[in-house]
Design a protein around this ligand. Structure first.
Ligand code: NAD
Ligand code: UDP
Length: 317
């Protein structure tokens, strides 16, 4: 750590949904934050309110190219997370995960920084084991439309563990399950923001497939707390650690809940199920509970209320 400054922290993908929350949290914790983003799936708008803070710096940069900065910690979040966005340019998505990981791990090695990787429940693919513990190796199609993301993230995990074994890097890998909340883009395309925006506009709610497929939704504040605890845990705790909420809901039930909470006049319409859409997903968080003393505190209804309030405000602005 430098003598003259606070803990210097790099957040890649820092202007995205999770990145913005993480930058805010790290600033509150007294860190110097360097936010790096190429604005592929976010805009500067998310972090505008941080630009006046002397401990915050924003850099437009694509992590598929090397970066030379001096930092103590790296949170590698850069990668579009919504299926709609990561499938726009699948080659770039794989490059972001794989070349991005190589570049950030190279940087971490050079400056001896501790490095966090935002991995994903997608490493389990369409899981045949339920709920999913970290020991499950997954059921991933290597050549489908979701593969650029799933396999890119799997390869990034491989790189993290090889840098750990080969170069003794201090790594922290979290497998994040569906997370939602304020700062999601209104056109993000993921289910919670889609349904809330549609409901607030009284437009049809687009349920894909029968809506019987399930997800487990974690409110963003809970997730950020888990990420910070993981980063501060002992070096022996490398992960991969599942971080997510264990309450599991069919997508159709989520649509009905959002209509109820918004008092919307929207009708539910069924659309075709996207290729390889996982049928079920729920984290086994025993490891995170044991190693981080972490478990989500915010139930779906409360999290949805907060997220609805955010979208109501930005849609009326
Ligand atoms: P997001 O799309 O809102 O944020 C990703 C950010 O990365 C965006 O700001 C985007 O512009 C930036 N980015 C993309 N490619 C880049 C590149 N090549 N160089 C620099 N910046 C780049 O998504 P999010 O939900 O905030 O996700 C953040 C991370 O967490 C991602 O790595 C994602 O895979 C992971 N994750 C998120 C969830 C979730 O439910 N939110 C679940 C699992 C994993
Ligand atoms: N989904 C939906 N309507 C939408 C967007 C998504 O029914 O407008 C479904 C999608 O098919 C999936 C689930 O909601 O079964 C979660 O999708 P999301 O894109 O949020 O994330 P995923 O977990 O699939 O990466």
């Amino acid at each position: 750590m430098g003598q003259l400054s606070e803990r210097r922290v790099l957040v890649t993908g820092g202007a995205g949904f999770l990145g913005t929350h993480l930058c805010e949290r790290l600033l509150r914790d007294g860190c110097d934050v360097l936010c790096v983003d190429n604005f592929f799936s976010a805009t500067k708008g998310n972090v505008l309110h941080l630009l006046d803070n002397p401990r915050f710096e924003l850099l437009r940069h694509d992590v598929t190219f090397p970066l030379f900065v001096e930092v103590d910690e790296i949170f590698n979040l850069a990668c579009p997370a919504s299926p709609i966005h990561y499938q726009v340019d699948p080659v770039q998505t794989t490059k972001t995960s794989v070349h991005g990981a190589i570049n950030m791990l190279g940087l971490a090695k050079r400056v001896k920084a501790k490095i966090f990787q935002a991995s994903t429940s997608e490493v389990y693919g369409d899981p045949q084991e339920h709920p999913q513990p970290e020991s499950y190796w997954g059921n991933v199609n290597p050549i489908g439309p979701r593969s650029c993301y799933d396999e890119g993230k799997r390869c990034a995990e491989t790189l993290f563990f090889d840098y750990h074994r080969q170069h003794k890097l201090r790594i922290k890998v979290a497998r994040i399950f569906n997370t939602y909340g304020p700062y999601m883009h209104r056109n993000d395309g993921r289910v919670v923001s889609n349904f809330i925006v549609q409901a607030l506009r009284n437009e049809p709610i687009t349920v894909y497939g029968s809506g019987k497929q399930t997800r487990s939704f974690c409110y963003v504040d809970d997730l950020i707390e888990g990420i910070v605890r993981l980063m501060h845990s002992s070096d022996a705790v490398t992960g991969p650690l599942n971080l997510g909420n264990t309450a599991e809901y069919p997508v159709l039930m989520l649509a009905e809940k959002i209509i109820e909470l918004t008092g919307s006049r929207s009708q539910i319409v069924l659309h075709p199920l996207p290729v390889d859409d996982p049928q079920q997903r729920r984290p086994d968080i025993t490891q995170a509970e044991k190693l981080l003393d972490w478990r989500p505190q915010i139930a779906l209804e409360e999290g949805l209320r907060r997220t609805i309030a955010y979208f109501a405000q930005i849609l009326s602005a």
